[in-house]
Design a protein around this ligand. Structure first.
Ligand code: NCD
Length: 322
């Protein structure tokens, strides 16, 4: 155990994230990703062997969530506690002074007086960057509206590496709500660091935003845009499925019309490669049938578990001191 802590301390001496905000995946280059994934792997071993460590003993995290969350909020709490730190959970802002009209800057100023780091989920694009301007302590973006979800993208990429051994040369299909789904925005921007091919499958009105397509183009990666998942499934190495983001629709009749457009079921899986993996950031509503859960290619529950290891690695990088 003490060897593990020594190794973490040595790692932290080389890590560029100490004391930094984590706002966007654009902060991560290949060397950073290798570093985070190596540490995440160690975190898995640590949890399986010992359950916890005291690397972040005495540190305090504030979990500030203005939007619903199960996995992101619980896995940050679990990650912090498994590393010996503690958490101030503010998951229902309706019970905080936010409901009295307190602004985001004042709320983060308050929490920075108590905690060493703030994890923030907020409905507005750019909110994490704004919070970071007002906050002397590191902010981790846990989803800023339809913008980014960088820690989800890290755990998604880690899952691809863990499941398939490598990212290089892989064909990645993203299907569903590519317009409002922040996880696919971040994951695409992260995957351009590798030699991959993209296929973006969605109804026309839920297409991948142009700024994300521009990043793909600027990186010289190939992207196919289609509405039909059947004609590309046979070649895929990764099928990344997303929920239609009901909460982003002004007109729920439009949502109702789109919500069941793509459903991954055993019949569709029958056309996929034997070693393809199905991923989903979760929660799923109807887009993956429960009959797929027992297929060994269903990686979404393993993906969810990886979230804790990756967030442990990130917290150790941002808060751990050599
Ligand atoms: C995602 C999110 O919040 O963007 N969930 C998550 O963090 N695992 C995806 C979603 O809500 O559809």
């Amino acid at each position: 155990m003490s060897k593990f802590i020594d190794r973490m301390a040595a790692n932290n001496a080389q890590n560029g994230f100490y004391g930094q905000d984590i706002l966007s995946v654009s902060q991560f280059g290949r060397a950073d990703l290798d570093y985070i994934f190596t540490v995440a792997h160690e975190m898995r071993v640590l949890v399986e062997r010992f359950g916890s460590a005291d690397l972040l003993h005495g540190k305090l995290l504030a979990n500030l969530f203005y939007e619903p969350s199960t996995r992101t909020s619980a896995s940050f709490m679990a990650a912090m506690q498994r590393l010996g730190g503690q958490v101030i959970p503010i998951n229902g802002v309706q019970y905080s002074s936010v409901s009295k009209g307190e602004s985001l800057p004042d709320t983060v100023r308050t929490l920075e007086s108590y905690a060493d780091l703030i994890v923030l989920r907020h409905p507005e694009v750019g909110s994490a960057a704004i919070a970071a301007q007002y906050c002397a302590k590191p902010i981790i973006n846990a989803g800023d509206g339809v913008g980014e979800h960088p820690t989800q993208a890290l755990l998604d990429l880690f899952t691809i590496v863990e499941e398939l051994g490598d990212v290089t040369g892989k064909k990645i299909i993203m299907v569903g709500d590519l317009k409002f789904g922040r996880t696919v925005h971040s994951l695409t921007k992260l995957l351009v660091n590798y030699d991959v091919e993209f296929t973006f499958v969605s109804p026309d009105i839920l297409r991948m935003p142009q700024d994300v397509l521009d990043v793909v183009k600027a990186a010289g990666k190939q992207a196919t845009i289609t509405e039909d998942v059947h004609n590309c499934i046979a070649d895929a190495d990764v099928l990344y499925v997303t929920r239609v983001q009901k909460e982003r629709f002004a007109d729920l009749a439009v949502y109702d019309n789109l919500k069941d457009r793509y459903v991954v079921d055993p019949a569709l899986m029958g056309h996929a490669k034997p070693n393809m993996i199905v991923m989903h950031p979760l929660p799923r509503v109807n887009e993956i049938s429960y009959a797929v859960d027992s297929d060994p290619r269903a990686a979404y529950f393993r993906q969810m578990r990886n979230g804790m290891y990756v967030r442990m690695a990130l917290l150790a990088a941002v808060l751990g001191k050599a």
